[in-house]
Ligand binder design. Structure first.
Ligand SMILES: O=P(O)(O)OC[C@H]1O[C@@H](O)[C@H](O)[C@@H](O)[C@@H]1O
Ligand SMILES: [Mg+2]
Length: 231
């Protein structure tokens, strides 16, 4: 069977590095200022979605905040970003999550294309701090898409730029919105994290240390072969 993937498209926050935790800590401080309490369970729905959409979900927790002006919202979002960047300034190549650089190296060795598909406006900066930019053939960040995850655009834009058909791409995500986006793009989805959140992933691992190139490709080939026999 000659089915083989041609590209891996990586989410950034929570897949390549643990900045998902930094986003949570920064939002938690903003919420505290507003007398709202948010926990990690609530935070699951903020993963993968854009900055302003995250703020809107937090503000919805207190109906008295529904009247905030756009300017007040902008100020809160900017403050959150300052808090987030203070945390990001502490990271370097030692903060790449276990197994990720090995996977990127395996992609390269096998001649596969590598792209980033991130909802963050800080994606280029974070990738640079981690010293990983040189691995990427193409980077999609928040500035390039009109519809964020769970819309497939982040992933299809990366595949289009690489000139690769969607079913030949494998996307890796830690958020439910991201897995939904990969699936909607007709790509093979790898979820990293909690089974309760990521049950729609085609293949799920608990942590990045379990991401093994051969295993992912095997799962991809199996599922793609099944789909082809179905048709
Ligand atoms: O505020 P930024 O850096 O533009 O990030 C936007 C979003 O980027 C996503 O990658 C994160 O999962 C979200 O938690 C975050 O809100
Ligand atoms: Mg993520």
């Amino acid at each position: 069977m000659s089915i083989y993937p041609k590209a891996f498209i990586y989410d950034l926050d929570g897949v390549i590095t643990d900045t998902a935790e930094f986003h949570f800590l920064a939002w938690q401080k903003i919420a505290q200022k507003l007398d709202i309490s948010i926990d990690r369970q609530f935070n699951e729905q903020l993963k993968g979605i854009g900055r302003m959409d995250s703020l809107e979900l937090i503000l919805k927790l207190d109906p008295s905040l529904s009247e905030l002006s756009n300017e007040e919202k902008e100020n809160l979002a900017n403050r959150k970003n300052e808090l987030y960047l203070e945390l990001v300034e502490t990271i370097d190549s030692s903060n790449v999550l276990p197994g990720i650089e090995e996977l990127l190296a395996a992609n390269k060795e096998q001649g596969l294309k590598i792209a980033l598909g991130s909802a963050s406006k800080n994606a280029l900066y974070v990738l640079d701090r981690l010293g990983l930019t040189h691995y990427f053939d193409y980077i999609v960040d928040a500035s390039q898409v009109s519809k964020g995850k769970p819309d497939p655009e982040t992933f299809t834009a990366a595949a289009d730029a690489l000139g690769i058909e969607y079913p030949a791409c494998i996307g890796i995500e830690d958020s439910a919105a991201g897995v939904a986006a990969i699936n909607a793009a007709n790509m093979f989805s790898v979820g990293v994290g909690d089974a309760a959140q990521l049950s729609d992933a085609d293949y799920l691992v608990e942590a990045t240390s379990q991401l093994d190139f051969e295993e992912i490709v095997e799962r991809y080939r199996h599922q793609t072969a099944l789909k082809e026999t179905d048709q």
